[in-house]
Design a protein around this ligand. Structure first.
Ligand SMILES: Nc1ncnc2c1ncn2[C@@H]1O[C@H](COP(=O)(O)OP(=O)(O)OP(=O)(O)O)[C@@H](O)[C@H]1O
Ligand SMILES: [Mg+2]
Length: 334
């Protein structure tokens, strides 16, 4: 049986249904991610799991216990919020110790446990600093330590990295994942950043308008989007209409055809490869290691990515080319 089991969860604020028929199961020790646009209900679901928000319907089970109506203190769940939510008038050690003090643990035990988590999040030497004396990344590590120190059964992380700059973000996401693995701690992570979700997660739950749009391993979500929404949200998929799919590839489909920009091969105009389509380069965009071309074929505009190996290979606007689209990489989406 799954460690975290959410069944038909619903939440209304007045007339507005914010979460509806939300279902998920998470195995013990896994790191799973809610990925979705702003306002799709990610925080609301986390807050219901933590007990800060009461569901309008459905239930939540943790390790077999029905926790749907249990008070937050009894759930054994740690949460790190979108904003740091540290106590500004307490130093690092006191911020971290707060939960243990509430539990009336002995001074010795508190000192020992706080020391352990400070080492775990690499904040040694900062014990006496106040939040305003710390960088954003350090503050978020204090928040993480504060959630970990009470040894939660489940860890909830609500966009803990979104306020940080790119380099610190990357460091901290590796650190979080490393700590999570070492502790074997079941974790639900929230982000609206695709790259973050892909690099960190065992499983991804793509959310749209209060429900799970698609669930799967990171690789599956990226290469096999089930719906137009997931294809648009996950990357720079080309989405062809049924009409375009027919004109371009002779395919009869009912929804849209999703084609990844990196799965289209650019060939020279006289390349004899069978099934390659005549096309014209319209524009290009330098993304760093990749050059993204806008290529027109049969009136349809496609994005095609190519590794930026050599400046001499750059294809100028107006260049005639041929496109080879691997059939295996085509996805029909709803
Ligand atoms: N306490 C509340 N009262 C009324 N509406 C609320 C409340 N909390 C959230 N909402 C609404 O519920 C919807 C989902 O909000 P939620 O915070 O769960 O989204 P989110 O996916 O976390 O978005 P973001 O990525 O911006 O953090 C939004 O439309 C929001 O306005
Ligand atoms: Mg949120």
């Amino acid at each position: 049986m799954a460690f975290l089991h959410i069944d038909h969860l619903n939440k209304r604020f007045g007339q507005q249904a914010v979460v509806h028929d939300f279902n998920m199961q998470v195995e013990a020790g896994k790191f799973v991610t809610f990925l979705g646009p702003s306002g799709c209900g990610k925080t609301t679901v986390l807050r219901m799991i933590a007990g800060f928000e009461t569901p309008s319907g459905g239930n939540i089970r943790l390790a077999g216990d029905d926790i749907t109506r249990q008070s937050p203190q009894k759930r054994g769940i740690g949460m790190v919020f979108q904003s740091y939510a540290l106590f500004p008038n307490m130093n690092v050690a006191d911020n971290i110790a707060f939960g243990l003090k509430m539990q009336k643990r002995s001074a010795d035990e508190i000192r020992h446990k706080v020391g352990e988590v400070i080492a775990l999040v690499e904040l040694n030497g900062r014990e006496k600093h106040f939040p305003h004396q710390l960088s954003g990344g350090q503050r978020q590590r204090v928040a993480l330590a504060r959630a970990l120190v009470v040894e939660p059964r489940l860890l909830l992380l609500d966009e803990p990295l979104s306020a940080l700059d790119a380099r610190i973000r990357k460091n901290l996401r590796e650190q979080i994942r490393d700590i999570q693995r070492r502790l074997g701690l079941t974790t639900v992570f929230v982000t609206h950043d695709q790259e973050e979700a892909l690099t960190m997660s065992d499983r991804i739950f793509v959310m749209n308008q209060g429900k799970v749009e698609q669930e799967g391993a990171a690789e599956t979500i990226y290469t096999q989007p089930a719906t137009e929404f997931v294809a648009r949200f996950m990357g720079n998929y080309n989405l062809l209409t049924a009409q375009q799919s027919h004109a371009l590839l002779g395919m009869e489909i009912s929804g849209h055809l999703a084609i990844r920009p990196e799965s289209v091969q650019l060939l020279s105009h006289d390349d004899p490869t069978e099934g390659a389509l005549p096309a014209v380069i319209r524009q290009h965009q330098l993304l760093g290691n990749v050059i993204r071309y806008q290529v027109e074929a049969h009136g349809a505009m496609l994005q095609v990515d190519r590794l930026n190996r050599n400046a001499a290979d750059l294809l100028a606007g107006g260049t005639q080319v041929r496109l080879k689209i691997a059939r295996d990489d085509l996805r029909e989406v709803r």
